[in-house]
Unconditional design. Structure first.
Length: 113
């Protein structure tokens, strides 16, 4: 599973459904919150783009949250899904391609008519 961060429940639900529809590109909804936003504070700059080891993927999503305001967005943390990916019918080389079928499913289900 890949981590899913989103500021919009409707978009998050659509992504979760698309992941289930693919069969093997599942997502897990992760938290956002002001306690992680504090990790981006810097005494030298407006903000820093690293929050430390604990909650690193969450703080990366918090950076996006600062800039998109009310625009619905989602961030898929796919770093772990590409590590040591075994060869399958879909994955024939070193890169897993995780998320390609998931996003294709999302677009087909909700944005193409």
């Amino acid at each position: 599973m890949a981590g899913l961060f989103a500021n919009d429940d409707k978009l998050a639900d659509r992504l979760l459904e698309a992941g289930l529809a693919t069969g093997d590109e599942k997502l897990w909804r992760m938290p956002l919150g002001p306690e992680y936003d504090k990790k981006l504070e810097s005494k030298f700059a407006d903000m820093k783009n690293i929050g430390g080891r604990d909650g690193g993927a969450i703080t990366a999503a918090q950076v996006l949250l600062r800039f998109v305001e009310k625009t619905p967005w989602a961030h898929l943390d796919i770093a772990g899904t590409g590590m040591g990916s075994p060869q399958t019918d879909v994955n024939r080389s070193w890169g897993s391609g995780f998320g390609v079928r998931l996003l294709n499913q999302l677009v087909a289900d909700h944005y193409e008519k």
